[in-house]
Write a protein that binds this ligand. Sequence first.
Ligand code: GLC
Length: 556
Amino acid sequence: MRMSFADESRPADPAPWWRHAVIYQIYPRSFADASGDGIGDLPGITSRLDDLAELGIDAVWLSPFYRSPQNDAGYDVSDYRDVDPLFGTLADADDLIAGAHARGIRVIVDLVPNHSSDRHAWFQAALAAGPGSRERARYLFRDGRGENGELPPNNWESVFGGAAWTRVAEADGTPGQWYLHLFDRSQPDFDWSNEEVREEFRGVLRFWLDRGVDGFRVDVAHGLVKKAGLPDYTPPADAGSMGGGLDDVPYWGQPGVHEIYRDWHLLVAGYAGDRALCAEAWLPTIEQTALWVRPDEMQQAFNFEYLETEWDAAQLRAVVTESLARYSAVGAPSTWVLSNHDVVRHATRLALAEPIPQGWGIGPRTPGRPDPVVGLRRARAASALMLGLPGGAYLYQGEELGLPEAIDIPDEARQDPTWFRTNHERYGRDGCRVPLPWTSDAPGYGFSPTGASWLPQPPEWRELARDAQRGEPDSTLTLYTTLLAERRHHALGTGTLEWIEGLGDDVVAFRNGNVTVVANLGTEPVPLPAGGLLVASEPGVAGVLAPDTTAWLLPA
Ligand code: GLC
């Protein structure tokens, strides 16, 4: 069944949905497994749509489920127009889209335009066709340096560790050209100066828009255009993997990339129903990220500066102030986010003694094990603060259960290419990708009918299972459900923020319409302003606000 959200009759929205939506990220391989093979799938997601509707989200974003050898968990796509048999079929995708729409939930899919899989027909053709061919011109093949081309064309490193170039054997078996891969060697980068590449992706966008999706999360949206001449570049040793915070990187944030998004903007605008594009772009400043959401480009960009802000009141006030100013200067909403499949889950991250560079991950040998009680308490307070802010927000599956990072995954179970490409020096991202617990007393906590799970689930997750939290007044699930309902009821997403001063250096407090949000990030309780308590991130709030707690108040 094909249908689009626009087909349904619904009350007029005061602003396009993406300006204020709460969008829930589904990582398909870890959400729900219907087939029993231990890897989540599309029918599994469809079977759980009622749970998502009950949670009260507006949309889902699905990480890739396309045909892929799964070397980077599906971010290595070999066919952009088909579903990998691991996850189901195109008919399953149609059912999922229809099922979500029937419940008033929009569907965003992931678009991976920076690179394909090396199993993609185009890359296989490029290998066969040889240097100078039209087939090679769709990717970034170059001759090597050195007397016999034995050295890579430049010194770039892969985001996952090791060199960003791999040398191929030509048809006659001799060592030949090199191709660029900012990620794994199985993920060759496209050459976006090539019109064939541009046209191909227009077709991919149309393919999914025609199937009824409401938008795209654009993977590595800051990486498509590389600086002319591919000059050498060495990142600082402690830099996050995706370039956040770094200026002047010849493969991130090049100005030519905006032309691509202007083109897509027009294409997407040709469809009914306010479809939207969201950039995954890790950039040096909020000012730069705001360039991705100018009126003729994308609708949203993840606010990774917000995600990377430490649990510190002054820093949070500053990042929120700057975000609202920079995004509204270009007419865009801010899109707040605290967790995703590439970062340490915030229920653990907010209790780390030292920040960990993005993408490195943590494991049993990481010094300074974070306290899970402190982490969860801060995570609940942080989410309550975020969901009080005007704009859109992204949630990552499992944060509504308060899931921590899985730290103790055995070495032999790890699967992230980062782990292998850094010779086990960086744990990578497996710890935030462990399959969800649904039912506390079922094998595999109900993730899969057989109990199978592609990454082992920590035993402590039993009590975090959805069924154990459902309807429990103090559970994290109930907290999220209440926050989302009140956020919608008070239209906080389309509201405006007015800071409240004078409650202390460690307090973040603001008014958004009728609702006053107060978060105490300090170590001492603070008096709460007068008002009726609407919801709080911890039980028992009355008169004072304990450390690491957020409260929403209504006028007295
Ligand atoms: C993005 C994805 C990440 C993936 C990478 C390469 O950062 O979020 O999971 O590994 O792109 O596609």
